[in-house]
Ligand binder design. Structure first.
Ligand SMILES: [Zn+2]
Length: 284
C-alpha cells in the first residue's frame, strides 16, 4: 500500500538538483525574529542581543542559501552562538555540519532524536531520500521536555512533542521589538509523512504509540498562549502569503501577529490527522 502522505525521492529531487529555485529574500517577522529559510523548509534567526540563535539549518543543499540570507540581513554567521533543531530529519539539520565547521555554535537537539541518530540513523533520511551521503551530527546539548535555552534577552522553552520523529521539540520563544514582548511558537514536527501506516510498518515503529504521542503533543501545545505562529515548513503558517501582505502594505497591522492562529493551526492539524486515519480505514 502506498500512502498519499508518503514522501518519496521525487519530493526532494527538485530541491536537491535546483536549490536556487527555492531561494527567497530573508525578512524580519517581528522585532528580533527573522525568517531565513527557503520556500520549502523553514529556518529562523533570533537576535538575542548577545549573539544569534539559528533555529534549524534546512537541507544539505540549501545551506549556501541560508548563509546568504543571514548576510543579507546584515548579520554575521560568526555571531551564531546556538543552533537549535526542531527534529533530526535531514531537511532541518542538513546544513548543521557546515555551520559548526565555520562557527563555534553550540548545537541542541531533542534527546530522543540524538538517540535515533545513534541507533536508527536510517530514520533521519526518511524514505528514498536523495541525500544518501548525509551524516548525523552529535548535538552538544540533548534537550528534554520543558528545558529552557537562554541567550541574551531571549528564552526558548522546549516542549516535547514526539511522533513525527521520536525526539521532536516544539519551541515557545519570547521575542521583542524593544517595546513589547510577544510569544512566538512552532510545532517542531507537524508532517504526517512519518505517521502513515506504510512508513510506520516499513521502519518497524509502533503504530499506536507513535500516533498517540503525536496527538498528546498537540494537546499539550493547546495550553500555550501564542501571538506568532511559526512554520517548521513555511506552508504551515502561510509565511509567503503574510510576507506578501507585509510588502503590499507595510503600514498595515503585522500579519504574523495573530493570537487566534495557534489554536486554529492545532485544530486543523488534528482534523487532517483524523481524516488520514479515516482514509486509511477506508483503504485509500
Ligand atoms: Zn521531518
Amino acid at each position: 500500500m502506498k500512502s498519499k502522505y508518503a514522501v518519496t525521492a521525487e519530493t526532494f529531487m527538485d530541491v536537491y538538483k535546483y536549490p536556487q529555485k527555492y531561494a527567497i529574500h530573508p525578512f524580519k517577522i517581528f522585532g528580533n525574529l527573522y525568517y531565513v529559510g527557503n520556500t520549502s523548509v523553514g529556518s529562523h534567526l533570533i537576535d538575542t542581543g548577545d549573539g544569534l540563535i539559528l533555529l534549524d539549518t534546512t537541507f544539505p543543499h540549501t545551506y549556501a542559501l541560508l548563509i546568504n540570507s543571514i548576510w543579507e540581513l546584515g548579520f554575521s554567521l560568526y555571531d551564531i552562538k546556538y543552533i537549535v533543531h526542531t527534529h533530526g530529519h535531514f531537511d532541518h539539520f542538513g546544513g548543521t555540519s557546515q555551520f559548526t565547521a565555520l562557527t563555534k555554535a553550540k548545537t541542541f537537539l531533542g534527546a530522543e532524536d540524538a538517540k535515533m541518530f545513534r541507533e536508527r540513523p536510517e530514520l533521519m533520511l526518511l524514505r528514498d531520500c536523495p541525500y544518501a551521503y548525509l551524516e548525523a551530527f552529535t548535538p552538544d546539548v540533548e534537550l528534554g521536555d520543558n528545558d529552557t535555552i537562554t541567550l541574551g534577552d531571549t528564552t526558548i522553552r522546549a516542549v516535547s512533542t514526539p511522533g513525527h520523529s521520536p525526539g521532536v521539540m516544539s519551541y515557545i520563544i519570547d521575542v521583542t521589538d524593544g517595546k513589547r514582548r510577544l510569544t512566538a511558537a512552532m510545532h517542531g514536527g507537524a508532517g504526517f509523512n512519518t505517521l502513515n501506516l506504510p512508513f510506520l510498518r516499513e521502519f518497524g515503529l509502533d503504530v499506536e504509540t507513535t500516533r498517540g504521542n503525536f496527538l498528546d503533543g498537540i494537546t499539550r501545545l493547546e495550553k500555550e498562549a501564542v501571538d506568532i505562529t511559526l512554520g517548521n515548513h513555511p506552508n504551515q503558517n502561510d509565511t509567503a502569503g503574510k510576507r506578501g501582505r507585509m510588502l503590499a502594505d507595510p503600514s498595515a497591522a503585522n500579519p504574523f501577529i495573530d493570537p487566534g492562529e495557534w489554536p486554529r493551526f492545532l485544530a486543523d492539524m488534528k482534523k487532517r490527522f483524523s481524516l488520514m486515519l479515516e482514509e486509511e480505514a477506508a483503504g485509500f
